[in-house]
Design a protein around this ligand. Structure first.
Ligand SMILES: C[S@@+](CC[C@H](N)C(=O)[O-])C[C@H]1O[C@@H](n2cnc3c(N)ncnc32)[C@H](O)[C@@H]1O
Length: 447
């Protein structure tokens, strides 16, 4: 089985302390904690870790969730099925050793200082010679699977049902690429604000020694090529002349144009609110709301930080007087698994069904209130049919007074690579090297 090794410049610096952070965070994730929260908490507890060790700890935490299924399968084939260990600590230590072996090509001499007793994690019953065997014994071949999707699900560690659901949207032959892309470390992308605009920012970042390039299909987007996180400490970001934002998110905001009055009904922490505020200019207005007061507080803080005076947070959003209503719906997040790999194991078909019901309610509520000629932009960071194409088809069947406006008409030729034949914005990670997104523009017919 071919394995894509972690690139050296992405790995950071392994150490026993960094391994301890990753293992403790992974243990919490196994107990149900969100990965990002668990990782930040463990990193906070180890203030003495250097930057490169922190990088390793963060990567290792994501990788343990990403490759969980394959690592457990190999452990089983080496004679150490996860069920052999009563302690969760032992199970994840075995996972860690196998991850270092398989995905970073480390041998026991490199792994031993990170895990040898007294180890990075307590309690523990697995002994050093057993770990050494796991790091060194010849690897058995993984049995070939009967189906292309199941083979990809094993190779890229996806639950079978989720691999099937993603594969159902893709031409045969692409599933392996799609799942591989969802296991990659997420990139860093910027939205260039005006002024100074994308070209000026590319030049400025370049002269500060930050490798970067324009994203061809999103006119304000910049891809940061430098895997170090130095970009966050550069003048364009400190002075808010650029915003960290996925290109797909940028195009979702762009799909709300032209509009002077926009309602952002699931504004969350305000990522798209900021882009919408720039788009409607000082002449326009953005009305932001969200069910979560906590997230909306964060949105308020960012709006202040960016010095925007055209965003308000009214108790009730005036959907009936807006030109566009953005529903950036709560979703499975399957397009963002690179960032939140633990979601692969927390998501269930039942949870997806619940999300589909909420999305449908949000759509119907907006449909009842928008005025003729106005648009609902429905968006997700999901790759699943029920949340995307099927949700929109069902909406149009329930609401014959709405029609789909092809995304290409709004986004133009430059974004053709991410507009499907049916007229949806469809960003697939394996085609773009970004996170995945979907959006549809639904316009209420006049008269
Ligand atoms: C995908 S996130 C939004 C991300 C945000 N627009 C951004 O660009 O950063 C979905 C948001 O929907 C919110 N939400 C969930 N159910 C909702 C509801 N019934 N009404 C309004 N917001 C809801 C969640 O709190 C969450 O912040």
């Amino acid at each position: 089985m071919r394995i894509d090794l972690v690139r050296d410049d992405v790995l950071g610096r392994p150490s026993k302390k960094a391994a301890a952070v990753a293992l403790k965070a992974h243990l919490k994730v196994q107990g149900g904690a969100p990965l990002r929260a668990a990782l930040s908490e463990e990193l906070r507890r180890q203030p003495s870790l250097g930057g490169q060790e922190r990088r390793f700890a963060a990567l290792a935490t994501r990788e343990l969730s990403r490759h969980q299924r394959l690592l457990d399968l190999v452990a089983r084939q080496l004679g150490h099925p996860p069920g052999q260990w009563a302690l969760a600590e032992d199970r994840i230590l075995v996972r860690y050793v196998l991850w270092r072996r398989l995905f970073t090509a480390a041998d026991w001499s490199a792994i031993a200082p990170e895990v040898r007793l007294p180890g990075p994690l307590r309690p523990r019953s697995v002994l050093d010679p057993v770990l050494e065997g796991i790091a060194s014994a010849p690897l058995p071949e993984i049995e070939a699977s009967s189906s292309e999707v199941e083979a990809a699900a094993i190779r890229h560690s996806f639950p079978g049902w989720l691999a099937e659901a993603i594969a159902a949207q893709l031409p045969s032959g692409e599933v392996d690429l799609a799942l591989a892309a969802l296991n990659r470390e997420p990139g860093v992308f910027l939205r260039a604000r005006e002024p100074p605009g994308r070209n000026a920012l590319l030049a400025e970042l370049g002269s500060a020694g930050i490798g970067c390039e324009p994203v061809a299909w999103a006119r304000a987007a910049i891809r940061i090529l430098d895997p170090g996180m130095r970009v966050f400490d550069t003048p364009p970001l400190r002075s808010h002349r650029a915003q960290v934002q996925e290109p797909g998110s940028q195009l979702i905001a762009a799909l709300c144009a032209p509009a002077l009055r926009v309602a952002d009904v699931c504004a969350g922490a305000g990522g798209k609110t900021l882009a919408l505020a720039d788009q409607v200019t000082a002449r326009g207005q953005v009305f932001a709301g969200d069910r979560s007061r906590h997230r909306l507080e964060e949105a308020r803080r960012r709006v202040r930080e960016y010095g925007l005076s055209n965003v308000t947070f009214p108790q009730s959003l005036p959907l009936d007087t807006c030109d566009a209503v953005l529903i950036d719906a709560p979703c499975s997040g399957t397009g963002s698994l690179g960032r939140e790999p633990d979601m692969k194991w927390k998501l269930t078909p039942q949870r997806v069904a619940e999300l589909v019901a909420t999305q449908r309610e949000l759509l119907d509520e907006a449909a009842a209130r928008v005025r003729p000629g106005a648009a609902i932009v429905y968006a997700t960071c999901s790759l699943l049919r029920e949340e995307n194409w099927a949700q929109v088809e069902a909406f149009l069947a329930r609401h014959p007074d709405f029609a789909l406006q092809p995304a290409g008409e709004v986004l133009g030729e430059a974004s053709a690579a991410v507009v499907s034949a049916a007229g949806f914005l469809e960003v697939w990670p394996h085609r773009t090297g970004t996170a995945g997104f979907f959006a549809a523009r639904l316009v209420r017919r006049q008269g």
